[in-house]
Design a protein around this ligand. Structure first.
Ligand code: ASP
Length: 582
């Protein structure tokens, strides 16, 4: 028996008891006549004591040779601690060691394995197995497990069945590039790793499984934006004989359940907003509605007043920043430089201070009277003490830029509170999205999403205006889930492929299996997928998903611990029938 108790288990009730513990040496304090050792395992920390007066010389010497991260097994007696530590569960006791065994020695670790470590991110990633011994990482992995269990229980209770779908599949266009895997047994042919189990879960509905879910890895070979992983986890779901409302209800229920169970917060019915409304009010399809600063379109109030800069623009739009009228010139200049950075790309920013005495002072006083500016204040909802910020330009771009500024200010002003949860459904997404590069329409969600019946006729005339039965769940400015009601008949699906620029041959080659299946009584169906890594991070009150993943990849998609991706040797390449270009 390696242990009778864990390192997090002993307390005053066990005083006098003989125990066996196993774990890692976190710290050694050697006073010569007395040696204290902090022994750690997943469950906690127990202080061990070696005492000249009570332990043999041999044992004292052996204890003196212990160093950080040695793995030891100790036998001893639980005694009351002289100076108690109320901060840890075992803080009332210590174990007077009678004998111990070194189960394994350790090299000196490259960083301290404590809550506050001296290890930088790169080093911690290279030695991730050591990093995982630290509470901040360990606790996040345990937290992830808890969330996963609650999700599984909830969905299982709702009648969902967890079914695994294959990882070696065929390339399917879902918006990103596929990771591909060469087949040794089928020369010149490749599998692709799934961007999501999309087509399989639809086939499970054709198969009559009715309610499917899976906590599943998905793979997308995208340029990695901040805090994205090339492989990530989804809570993937699909339901048959449902309408959008049914799906929103179930997954609103799941989210509410998680917020209640994990954060102890009750959230009222989730508000809903159409995509158009979200773009108009927040310039963003995943608005953080924990704070106001809603957009006000100022075209009527700001154009044709002699300020040429605004006159030619498609959109003039502003926000009121609460309490920011006190900003100095320098602070405002900083904001102007911030929006002019290439990451935001705005031309500039017009400002108007609504002073406490109700006067208005702006950067465009030459062109606008106090009355004009008051009208801006009214439109943006600015109160005395607030700062109005206005941008102008191409409508879509300007909205995106002002949204970036709104989020920046939300952070700066501390309005994005980690302990506040504001979920929101965004519905009625456009079906198609124009892609400048390829000069073609692409499916905004994916090619299996059904258009709204009432918009169907627009597909021929104004495809950009067609709305989809597609929805996203947004939480605190993050998209945590998205899904749609699917097309379930061959005819519509073929038409959709046509609109997306597939020839009938291409559609057949890539999706023949799905369209074939649709000929055998496919039920109406729809689904959703939640980004599990992000959901866990948000519930854990963190912005970054990385620490909630045991072995994450870095920003270049590398695993620096195992050093992947890596080259293949010539023999392996040849076995796979591959030849490198250079
Ligand atoms: N497969 C979709 C995605 O990964 C989600 C869905 O439509 O259910 O975004």
């Amino acid at each position: 028996m390696y242990r009778s108790h864990t390192c997090g288990e002993l307390n005053a009730q066990q005083i006098g008891k003989k125990v066996t513990l196993s774990g890692w040496v976190q710290k050694v304090r050697n006073k010569g006549f007395m040696i204290w050792v902090d022994l750690r395992d997943r469950y906690g920390l127990t202080q061990l004591i070696f005492d000249e007066e009570r332990s043999s010389k041999e044992l004292m010497d052996k204890a003196g040779s212990l160093a950080r991260e040695f793995v030891i097994q100790v036998e001893g007696t639980v005694i009351e601690r002289e100076s108690k530590n109320p901060n840890i569960a075992t803080g009332e006791i210590e174990v007077l060691v009678e004998d111990f065994k070194i189960l394994n020695s350790s090299k000196t670790p490259p960083f301290t394995i404590e809550d506050d470590t001296d290890g930088g991110e790169d080093l911690r990633m290279k030695y991730r197995y050591l990093d995982i011994r630290r509470n901040p990482v360990k606790n996040k992995l345990m937290f992830r497990h808890q969330v996963g269990m609650k999700v599984r229980n909830y969905l299982s209770n709702e009648g969902f069945i967890e079914i695994e779908t294959p990882y070696l599949i065929k390339s399917t266009p879902e918006g990103a590039r596929d990771f591909v895997v060469p087949s040794r047994m089928n020369e010149g042919q490749f599998y692709a790793l799934p961007q999501s189990p999309q087509t399989f879960k639809q086939l499970l509905m054709v198969g009559g499984m009715d309610k499917y879910f899976q906590i599943v890895k998905c793979f997308r070979d995208e340029d990695l934006r901040a805090d994205r992983q090339p492989e990530f986890t989804q809570i993937d779901c699909e339901m048959a004989f449902v309408e959008q409302e049914d799906i929103l209800n179930i997954f609103e229920g799941l989210t509410r359940h998680l917020l209640k169970e994990i954060k102890g917060v009750d959230v009222a019915e989730f508000p809903r907003m159409t995509y158009d409304e979200a773009m108009k009010k927040y310039g963003n399809d995943k608005p953080d509605i924990r704070f106001g600063m809603e957009f006000a379109e100022l075209d009527d109030l700001a154009k044709n007043k002699g300020f040429n800069v605004f006159d030619q623009q498609e959109l003039v739009v502003g926000i009121a920043v609460p309490g920011a009228a006190v900003y100095t010139r320098k602070e405002i200049d900083n904001l102007i430089s911030w929006v002019k950075r290439p990451q935001v790309g705005a031309n500039g920013l017009v400002w108007a201070k609504y002073n406490e005495d109700s006067s208005l002072k702006s950067s465009v006083d030459k062109f606008y009277s106090q009355e004009d500016l008051k009208a801006w204040a009214q439109a943006t909802g600015a109160k005395p003490g607030d700062l109005i910020l206005v941008m102008a330009g191409d409508a879509a771009k300007t909205r995106t830029q002002l949204s970036a500024l709104r989020m920046h200010l939300g952070n700066e002003l501390g309005l994005r509170k980690a302990d506040e949860f504001a979920p929101l459904w965004v519905v009625d997404f456009p079906l198609l999205e124009w892609d400048e590069e390829t000069e073609r329409f692409h499916a905004m969600h994916h090619p299996f999403t059904s258009p709204k019946k009432e918009d169907f006729a627009l597909l021929e005339t104004e495809p950009g205006k067609v709305r989809a039965n597609a929805y996203d769940l947004v939480l605190n400015g993050n998209e945590i889930g998205g899904g749609s009601i699917r097309i379930h008949d061959k005819e519509t699906q073929s038409q959709m492929f046509k609109y997306l620029g597939f020839t009938p041959e291409e559609a057949k080659e890539q999706f023949g299996f799905l369209m074939d299946a649709f000929q055998y009584g496919a039920p109406p169906h729809g689904g959703i997928a939640f980004g599990f890594d992000r959901l866990v991070a948000i519930l854990g009150g963190q912005e970054s998903i990385r620490d909630f993943i045991a072995f994450p990849k870095n920003n270049s998609g590398r695993d620096v611990m195992i050093d992947a991706p890596a080259k293949l040797d010539a023999e392996q390449l040849s076995e796979l029938h591959l030849q490198l270009k250079s």
